[in-house]
Design a protein around this ligand. Structure first.
Ligand SMILES: [Zn+2]
Length: 376
C-alpha cells in the first residue's frame, strides 16, 4: 500500500508562488480600475470604441473633466484623432458631418480659431466644409458668416458680388442666395412642390406640367371676366377680403388669377406681337416663371377706376391684405429683389401668419424665403 506523502514546498518555491499571487492581484486590480473608468466614460455617453481609445491614450482624466461631449466622442472614434487638437475638439459644436474631425484638423492647420471653425461648420454640409478647408485663410469670414443664412458653398460668389456691386455683406448674401448674380431665366432652380409659400420668379421655375393643388373657379361677381381660377384656400380668403372691402365701401374685382404654362405662353406671344421683344423682356414673364401658375397670385382692379395704383381700393389693400393672408408682391421699392417692375395690382396668398410677418417687417417673399425656407 502506497503511503501518501505530504508535499512540503521549499522556501524558494514558496516565494515564487507569493510573487505570482501578487502579480495576479495587481492585474486583477488594474482590470477592475480599467472597467470602473471605462464605465464612467460610457455613463457620460461616450461610445464603447471612443471609451476604449480614451483609455488607451490615457485621456480619461481630461475627458471626465470636460464631461459629455459629442465632438470629443467623434474625435476618439476617428482614425484622424490628433492629440494636439484635443482642447479644440472639445470646444467645437457637434455637426453630423462624415469628415468632421478631418475637417477640424485641416481648418486648424489653415489657421482658423475655434470660433471661426464653429462659424464655418455651421454654414455648410460635410462636402462644403471639405471644399472650404482647401482654401487659404480668407477675408470677410466673420462679415459673411455671422449672417445665419449665409452658405459656405457660395463664399466666392458673395465676395465677387460685394466687390462688383458695392452692396454690403447682408445684401450680398441675400442677393446671391436668390441667384441674382446670375442672368435671368438661366441656371434656375426647379420648383416641384406646391405650398402657400412657394417661390416662383426669374430664378425659380415651374415645369410645363405643374398644376397647383385644389383649383376652384371664382364666381363671376368677383371677377371682371369669367373662367377665373385660384387655389381653394386662396379663393376663400380672396372672396372674404373682397366682401369685407365692399362693406367698407371699396369695390375690388379680380382681373386675372391662375394661368397655366400654355396660357402664359399665349400672353407672351400676344404682347410680343403688339409691342415687340424688348417690351416683353421688361414687362412679361416667360412661361414657367410667372407666379400666376401657382394658383396663388391675383391681379386686382377697382371697379371704379382704371389706374389701380391711384385708387382708394389700392390703399385699402395695402393696409388690410395681410389680415387675409395676402401680400403686395411687387412693391416699387423692391424691384431689385423681386426682379419685377412695380405692380400695384398683383397680390399673392401666403397664409395669414407669414403675410403678417412680411407686412410687419416690410420685406419681400424673396427675403422671407432666403431667411426661413431655403434649406438647401
Ligand atoms: Zn400678376
Amino acid at each position: 500500500m502506497a503511503v501518501k506523502k505530504k508535499v512540503k514546498l521549499k522556501p524558494k518555491a514558496l516565494k515564487s508562488v507569493k510573487i505570482v499571487g501578487i502579480i495576479i492581484s495587481v492585474i486583477l486590480i488594474c482590470f477592475v480600475i480599467y472597467f470602473i473608468n471605462y464605465y464612467a466614460l460610457i455613463k457620460l455617453d461616450y461610445s464603447k470604441e471612443a471609451a476604449k481609445n480614451i483609455m488607451m491614450k490615457f485621456k480619461k482624466q481630461d475627458v471626465v473633466k470636460i464631461g459629455k461631449n459629442k465632438t470629443l466622442n467623434k474625435a476618439f472614434e476617428s482614425p484622424n484623432y490628433n492629440d494636439a487638437n484635443f482642447s479644440i475638439y472639445a470646444k467645437i459644436e457637434y455637426h453630423n458631418h462624415k469628415d468632421l474631425i478631418k475637417n477640424i484638423n485641416t481648418l486648424v492647420k489653415v489657421g482658423y480659431s475655434k470660433d471661426e471653425i464653429n462659424m464655418i461648420l455651421s454654414h455648410g454640409s460635410n462636402e462644403d466644409v471639405k471644399e472650404f478647408a482647401k482654401k487659404e485663410k480668407i477675408k470677410y469670414l466673420e462679415e459673411f458668416y455671422t449672417i445665419s443664412y449665409a452658405k459656405l458653398k457660395y463664399y466666392d460668389r458673395y465676395v465677387n458680388y460685394m466687390d462688383k456691386s458695392r452692396e454690403d455683406e447682408e445684401n450680398s448674401v441675400l442677393y446671391v442666395n436668390l441667384d441674382l448674380d446670375k442672368p435671368n431665366y438661366q441656371n434656375y432652380q426647379e420648383v416641384t412642390e406646391f405650398s402657400y409659400t412657394m417661390l416662383v420668379n426669374k430664378h425659380h421655375h415651374l415645369d410645363e406640367k405643374f398644376v397647383p393643388e385644389h383649383l376652384v373657379e371664382i364666381e363671376d361677381e368677383y371677377t371682371t371676366e369669367g373662367d377665373v381660377k385660384l387655389n381653394n384656400q386662396a379663393a376663400y380668403y380672396a372672396k372674404k377680403m373682397i366682401n369685407d372691402a365692399k362693406k367698407q365701401g371699396y369695390n375690388l374685382v379680380i382681373n386675372s388669377a391662375y394661368r397655366s404654362y400654355s396660357e402664359q405662353e399665349e400672353v407672351v406671344n400676344t404682347y410680343k406681337g403688339l409691342y415687340g421683344d424688348s417690351y416683353v423682356e421688361k414687362y412679361v414673364l416667360q412661361p414657367g416663371f410667372s407666379e400666376h401658375q401657382t394658383g396663388l397670385g391675383i391681379d386686382f382692379n377697382s371697379a371704379d377706376t382704371l389706374s389701380f395704383s391711384l385708387s382708394d381700393e389700392y390703399d385699402w389693400l395695402e393696409d388690410n391684405c395681410y389680415k387675409y393672408g395676402f401680400i403686395h408682391r411687387f412693391p416699387s421699392k423692391y424691384e431689385d429683389i423681386t426682379g419685377i417692375n412695380s405692380e400695384a395690382w398683383h397680390y399673392r396668398y401666403v397664409g395669414k401668419k407669414i403675410a403678417k410677418y412680411i407686412y410687419d417687417n416690410d420685406i419681400t417673399l424673396e427675403e422671407y424665403y432666403v431667411k426661413f425656407l431655403d434649406k438647401d
